[in-house]
Design a protein around this ligand. Structure first.
Ligand code: HEC
Length: 156
């Protein structure tokens, strides 16, 4: 019992440390490519409420793609997904959970997507430049910023 309490304490300390580090990196704009440690508005998704609509496999990588039933219905109806929609890539490496890549629809505009990388303990990856996520996904502008749009469309 004692050991369990100690472990819980430790994990909340590391979450707090990650949060503090995120803030420390934010004001750094000196280098040519400023660290964009994104403590942005993306929230950790409600995984248990989401549908697993497809899986992508590549070598030791297995990616489970998740989104809400409301988003899947909107895609089928050729409508924009609702504001607040999360799309999640749950990344397993050799069957071990590695990270969650998350996009969230922040507003009604078709471009209102934001991106975040969460570790298995749900802390954010402080040194990730999420503008890179955005610019790559922007190439899928006509498919709601989604690479697996067709899979979402055909999911029952
Ligand atoms: C160079 C292009 C590129 C970058 C950068 C990129 N992605 Fe993706 N993303 C993809 C591709 C391609 C897929 C489809 C799955 C696959 O092929 O592995 C994908 C899939 C996803 C999905 C599942 C929904 C979908 O679009 O199919 C999410 C969520 C996601 N990425 C989030 C992120 C986040 C968060 C970041 C930044 C930390 C990021 N991506 C950076 C190319 C990119």
């Amino acid at each position: 019992m004692k050991q369990r309490i100690w472990r819980l304490g430790l994990s909340s300390v590391s979450v707090a440390t990650a949060a503090v580090c995120g803030y420390l990196i934010l004001p750094d704009g000196k280098g040519p490519t400023p660290a964009r440690a994104e403590t942005n508005a993306v929230t950790f998704p409600p995984l248990e409420q989401l549908e697993h609509y497809t899986t992508v496999r590549r070598g030791v990588t297995r990616e489970h793609m998740l989104t809400s039933r409301a988003a899947l219905d909107a895609i089928k109806a050729s409508q924009p997904v609702p504001t607040g929609t999360h799309v999640v890539l749950v990344d397993y490496q050799s069957d071990v959970l590695h990270r969650y890549l998350v996009s969230e629809k922040m507003g009604d505009g078709p471009e209102d997507w934001q991106y975040q990388w969460f570790w298995p303990d749900r802390s954010i990856k402080g040194d990730e430049n999420t503008a890179r996520c955005y610019s790559c996904h922007q190439s899928r502008q006509d498919r709601q910023f989604m690479f697996t749009f067709t899979d979402a469309l055909s999911f029952k």
